[in-house]
Design a protein around this ligand. Structure first.
Ligand SMILES: Cc1ncc(COP(=O)(O)O)c(C=O)c1O
Length: 377
């Protein structure tokens, strides 16, 4: 069993919210913090540019992008804000998203829409879904001649659904519409190749399924789109006193946003190495099987139903408990207080879902505890 720092007394079925970090990766993170504190000036001024460039190279390689197209950011909320605020959109323009998007990113676009006068349109993707083709067709009903940008999750947060983002990016490209994919749940859970995906903009967390320390995200902007993106935070990287990458404004605008602790970013290569070594096909399949078993076993309880066919999810399964419980908060509290189960209970539209995440540390008895709790509560 891989060595995570999780409390062994908790049945941790919520990797999806903030991830969890293996001891080895966390040690590397703290090693970087100690290095910094030994000589902060040497570390931050002289060593950091090279160290970040190396970490960026490794993450770019892992995600199939050019190193000049990827920067570290704290999280996808940051990247969504940057795109929402910098793209030249105004009255008459529309940003299209699904009704499954992550709240904070949706807010980023709604806020910018209020300021700049464009409209955010949410296209419903009703559940259950049937096929990728049907999802693309349904989503495309939201496209109009005013659509300037599509913002879409690769794996959705409230509904744990894998969306056919490559097909959507392809169709958008043909229609001359820009695309931003929110891959918060993708790296570490599914193979990502940004060069092939075809998105103009992409963001993800490294701290979720890649198991890097918290606050490590990536932001990808395809080379030919970088001139569209303005820095969200203006600092030393802007103006005449450029610091690290005089030849590349995109990197320049993102690598020194004021003093910060870069240890989480520098530990991302260790997380990638851990992932490659530990998350073998066997471990990954075992973890997927546990998520599927959780859904199947729970669906045998009266009043509980499965939502997605197996092919639409991996290490995050969704259980529809709408007919059994009316109070999502009560269920969440009782799962934790009485069974020590940490699992999100999500309200989505008029439905209540329990989202079950599984990872290398998840055991069969964790799933059995959840199913027993759902039977008993
Ligand atoms: C789909 C999705 N997008 C974005 C995020 C990013 O969250 P944050 O910016 O807080 O890391 C999450 C986090 O749960 C998510 O599930």
């Amino acid at each position: 069993m891989p060595d995570f720092l999780l409390d062994p007394d908790v049945v941790f079925l919520n990797h999806g919210s903030f991830g969890a970090c293996p001891r080895q990766v966390f040690d590397e993170y703290q090693r970087w913090q100690r290095e910094l504190e030994r000589q902060p000036v040497r570390f931050l001024q002289r060593e950091l540019p090279g160290l970040l460039a190396d970490a960026r190279l490794q993450v770019a390689h892992y995600l199939g992008a050019r190193p000049t197209e990827i920067v570290f950011v704290p999280n996808p909320t940051f990247a969504a804000n940057e795109i929402a605020r910098s793209l030249p959109m105004g009255p008459g323009d529309e940003v299209l998203m699904t009704d499954h998007e992550y709240g904070a990113c949706r807010f980023a676009f709604q806020f910018a829409a209020q300021q700049k006068g464009f409209r955010v349109v949410e296209q419903a993707i009703p559940l259950p879904v049937e096929s990728n083709e049907a999802i693309v067709d349904t989503f495309w009903q939201g496209v109009t001649e005013h659509t300037k940008l599509i913002f879409i999750s690769q794996i959705t947060s409230p509904t744990a659904l894998t969306l056919p983002v490559a097909q959507i990016c392809q169709r958008a490209k043909e229609a001359g519409i820009l695309t931003m994919v929110d891959g918060a749940h993708a790296p570490g859970q599914i193979d990502v190749h940004l060069g092939d995906l075809g998105a103009d903009f992409y963001t993800a967390t490294c701290h979720k399924w890649l198991c890097a320390p918290k606050g490590s995200g990536i932001f990808y902007v395809r080379e030919d789109r970088q001139s569209l993106v303005e820095p969200l935070v203006v600092g030393w990287g802007w103006g005449p006193n450029k610091t690290f990458h005089r030849e590349n404004e995109f990197l320049e605008h993102h690598e020194w946003l004021g003093t910060y602790d870069p240890a989480a970013y520098l530990a991302v290569p260790a997380a990638i190495a851990w992932q490659k070594k530990t998350m073998t096909d066997e471990v990954r399949h075992r973890s997927q099987d546990l998520a599927r078993a959780a859904v199947a076993m729970a669906a045998e309880i009266e009043g509980i139903e499965r939502v997605h066919p197996d092919s639409f999810f991996r290490q995050m399964g969704l259980i529809d408990v709408t007919a059994k419980y009316v109070d999502a908060d009560m269920l969440k509290s009782r799962l934790y207080d009485e069974y020590r189960i940490e699992a999100p209970v999500v309200r989505w539209k008029d439905r209540i879902f329990v989202r079950v995440s599984t990872h290398a540390y998840t055991r069969q008895d964790h799933i059995e505890t959840l199913v027993r709790a759902l039977q008993e509560i």
